[in-house]
Structures are given as structure tokens and as C-alpha cells.
Design a binder for this molecule. Structure first.
Ligand code: AVI
Length: 315
């Protein structure tokens, strides 16, 4: 991990336009702050997807049953799995035969999830996978019957080009009757999106600043946590919501593990995240280019969010 971390920081801060990858958010404290984000009134995606999975669990079951159970339900980036639990509970109550394989890079998050599910759903067969979702997708076997979940707008943390490459990779593993359910956050009133990424209580700011705390701890960096601010932007034309750390003064920051010092000009930014929003045209185009065919689309009542069920398209 440390090598990967050093490489990511060296590349990101060495670039003309500084950036850091958003996976750096998720250390133990970052995981906890993200749980808080998901409960914020401003952060609508979690609530919307909860509503979708609850309202459409019967439809989803019908599609999954055509899988000739037992099947593998692989959830990429499972996180706390609270939304998925609604569906898991329902599938268990209908005696569907499947194994739940939550994949997450955070061991502590996975452990909490497994403990909770073993207690709440003792009949559930669960095989946690502590890997990045890139690694996990690479290790899928073509001949297993599977349903892949990629929920929670995680796809938005890829640029549109990266999302396409990722979906192409998923499509390779959906031979036979495989299905995937993918969560897309939709374009909507730009003010609603702007608020979701810059909440009044400063929780998203704490999430962003925590990344610098992590670099101080893990790489011996000397970022002053009060000399960087959080800034979020949303471009309704492209659908890109971006988060930045903004340098509040001219400053030099040594990073011991890299034996380097980085200069930040007053108001210079570090781009720490993209959260891409989609419209239906973009979704259709991306999926079709990735070799995926839409089986069904599920929306929340406000049409803020969409879970898309796909299968591999016939060439
Ligand atoms: C994990 N991911 C889908 C979240 C998002 O909406 O992009 C991460 C997040 N960043 C700020 N708030 C939430």
C-alpha cells in the first residue's frame, strides 16, 4: 500500500495541475466521515438508492431468479452495505440460493459489514473479499453465474473515459446469464448537487482535509490542516462535480517519505475527486460502447438517481 500511496502522491503533486486520487480519502477516519456524509440531509444519493432498492426488490428478484440459482452476488465497493441489506434480507426471506461476496479495499469496513450481516441474517452465505474492485474484477471467473453490483454512484468517481474502460472490463465477465446493477447519479438542479458536496456542517470539508492528515501520518508530510480549504464545483454542462483543496497562502510542504518539498501558490488547487453526474443519453451511450445492454432502469421518485440493470450485449 505504501508504495502505491507514494507513487500516487508523487505523480499527483508533481503534475502541472495538482491532483490526488480519491481512494486516498478512505483511511479509518475517512471511512467514518463518509458514513456521516451518507447520513447528511444534503447528500441525497444514499437515500435515493435505498428507496430504489426497497421499491424494486421484487422486480430485481424476478431478474435474479432467471439466473438459475445458486449465483454469486458480487458487490464492488460494498462499504457499510446498509442499502444492500434491504435486498439481501428480501432474497433470504424468499429462500433464493446465492453467495454474497462484498468487495472492499477497507478491511475494517468489511469486518463491520460481515459482523452485522452474520448477526442480522444468519442464513446468508457471505464471503468478504478485501481487495480493490479492479483486483476483484480481474479475478472473476467467466463460468460462474453472477450478478455484479456497483452501486452508490461509485462509477461517478471515474472520469467518463475511465468509467467506459471499467464497464468494458465488467462486460467481459458477464458471459452467459450474468447481470450487473450499476448506480448512476443523475444530472439535476445544480444547486442540489453543489450542496451535496459542500454541506453547511462542514462534514465534506473534514473528509477532504482528512486526506492531508493521512499524508502527514503515512508519508511524514507537513501539511498545515488550517492552511488548506475545501472547495467544490459543479459544471451542469458536463455533469462533473469536483472537489479541491485550496492553498490559503504561498507555502512549501516537505514530504519526508518522498524526500521532496512541494510548493503551493496562494489559491493553487489540488483536485481530489470527480463525482460525475449522468443523463440518460450519456448512460445509454457509455453502456452500449462498453458492450452492455440495458435490461431495466430503476429510478427514485424524484428521478435524482438511477440503478441500471445490464447484461452483455449480443455482438
Ligand atoms: C463514494 N462516492 C460515490 C461519493 C461521491 O458522491 O462521489 C464520495 C463523496 N465525496 C464527497 N461526498 C461523497
Amino acid at each position: 500500500m505504501n508504495r502505491e500511496l507514494r507513487k500516487a502522491v508523487e505523480e499527483g503533486l508533481g503534475a502541472k495541475h495538482k491532483s490526488l486520487p480519491s481512494w486516498l480519502f478512505y483511511d479509518e477516519k475517512g471511512d467514518r466521515i463518509f458514513q456521516q456524509i451518507m447520513h447528511m440531509s444534503e447528500y441525497y444519493p444514499t437515500r435515493c438508492e435505498y428507496e430504489i432498492l426497497d421499491h424494486h426488490k421484487e422486480d430485481l428478484l424476478r431478474y435474479f431468479e432467471s439466473q438459475q440459482s445458486p449465483f454469486q452476488l458480487i458487490e464492488l465497493g460494498a462499504g457499510d452495505g446498509l442499502k444492500t441489506e434491504i435486498l439481501l434480507r428480501y432474497l433470504c426471506s424468499r429462500h433464493v440460493r446465492f453467495t454474497y461476496r462484498p468487495v472492499d479495499i477497507s478491511a475494517s469496513v468489511l469486518e463491520q459489514l460481515s459482523r452485522r450481516l452474520k448477526k442480522n441474517l444468519p442464513e446468508l452465505e457471505i464471503q468478504p473479499v478485501n481487495k480493490s474492485y479492479y483486483e476483484a474484477v480481474g479475478e472473476l471467473h467467466g463460468d460462474e453465474k453472477k450478478v455484479i453490483f456497483f452501486l452508490g454512484a461509485n462509477i461517478g468517481n471515474f472520469t467518463p473515459q475511465e468509467a467506459l474502460a471499467f464497464l468494458k472490463n465488467i462486460s467481459v465477465h458477464l458471459e452467459g446469464q450474468g447481470l450487473a446493477l450499476i448506480g448512476f447519479d443523475l444530472k439535476k438542479d445544480p444547486r442540489i448537487i453543489a450542496r451535496a458536496y459542500d454541506d453547511e456542517g462542514g462534514i465534506t470539508k473534514a473528509f477532504n482535509i482528512n486526506l492531508l492528515r493521512r499524508l502527514n501520518r503515512e508519508l511524514g508530510a507537513q501539511f498545515s490542516l488550517t492552511q488548506f480549504d475545501h472547495y467544490a464545483s459543479y459544471d451542469p454542462e458536463t455533469g462533473a462535480a469536483r472537489s479541491f483543496l485550496v492553498s490559503l497562502k504561498d507555502q512549501d510542504v516537505p514530504i519526508a517519505a518522498l524526500k521532496k518539498t512541494y510548493h503551493f501558490a496562494h489559491w493553487e488547487t489540488i483536485n481530489t475527486e470527480i463525482s460525475q453526474k449522468y443523463d440518460l443519453l450519456m448512460i445509454e451511450k457509455t453502456l452500449s460502447e462498453a458492450g452492455l445492454e440495458i435490461v431495466d432502469l430503476f429510478f427514485d421518485a424524484n428521478h435524482f438517481f438511477c440503478d441500471v440493470l445490464v447484461k452483455k450485449s449480443r455482438q
